[in-house]
Write a protein that binds this ligand. Sequence first.
Ligand code: ATP
Length: 298
Amino acid sequence: MSVTVRAPAKVNLHLGVGRRRSDGFHDLSTVFQAVSLYDEITVEDADELDVVVEGDGADEVPTDTSNLAIRAAIALARQVGREPAVRITIRKGIPVAGGMAGGSADAAATLVACTALWESGIDTDALHAIATTLGSDVPFCLLGGTAIGTGRGDQLTRALARGTYQWVFAIADGGLSTPAVYAELDRIREETPVPESATPHELMTALRSGEARRLGPLLHNDLQRPALRLRPALRRTLEAGRDAHAIGAIVCGSGPTCAFLAQDEPEAVALVAALAGSGTCRSVRRAHGPVAGARVVA
Ligand code: ATP
C-alpha cells in the first residue's frame, strides 16, 4: 500500500517582520500564496522509517531526523499511537533552501500521506496542531490558497482573493539560511530602527480586485534587505525582471529565489525568456497561484 501527495511552494506577497521575541522567534504579519511548484511525496509501509530524496538539489537535503518529512511522520505516529514504519520518497520540485518553504511542504505532504496510509481518521484541527510544532510554514502548506498569517506565521485566516496570478521564479545557485537572514535583519535594525509593518490593507484590497497590476507594486518583504546584504548579486536578478516588464519583483521569503509577477501568461512567457538569457540566475520556472494545499494524488 502506498499514498502519494503533492504539496505546493509558497510565496509571501507581504512579509512584515516584527521584533525578535524572547523565545527567539519573530512576530510576523504575512500574506501567503500557494503556487504551482510542487514536491511530491510517496509513503509506503516498511520495516522501519526511511527517506529517499530525488530531483533537483536532492543531495542538499538531509536524510536523518532533521528532515522535516521524517519529523512529520514521527510526530503523527506518536499522536495516533503507532510506529512510524514508512519509507518516504520525496521528489523535489521546489528549490531547496530557496525561501519557498520546500521542507515545510514535505512535512505537510507527509502528514496528509500518513493520515491516509494509516487511516488514522485524525481531523483537520489536530493535523494543524501537529503542523505548528514542525515549523511556522507547515500549517500554510496544508491549507494552501491565499491566507494571512500572524504569530510565527502559523495562525492562519483565509484571505478573500479573486483570480489567478502568473508568477515567474528565478532560482539562484545555492541557498540562503533562513536563521542567517533573520539575524542580518536584527543587525540592520540595531543600526537603523525600522517601523514595524501592520496588516497590509491596500494589498488585501488589491487581492479582492483580482487585478495583478494593482497587486504588483504592493508586494513587500522585510527580509529582502537582509537577503540582499548577504547576496548582493540578487539586485541584478530583480533588476533583470523589472527591465523585462515584471509588474512586481521581490525576494521570496528569506531568499535567494526571486519572484516576479507578470500581467498575464504571454508576459510571463516573455519574462521567463528574458530572465533565462540575463545570466543572473541558475534557472527560471513559471507557476500560477493560488493553488490548493497538500492533497492526495494517488
Ligand atoms: P524556510 O521554510 O525556512 O524559509 P526554505 O524554504 O528557504 O526554508 P527549505 O527548502 O525548506 O528552504 O530548506 C531549508 C533547510 O531545511 C535545507 O537547507 C535543509 O537542510 C533542511 N531540510 C530539512 N528537511 C528538508 C526537506 N524535506 N526538503 C528540503 N530541505 C529540508
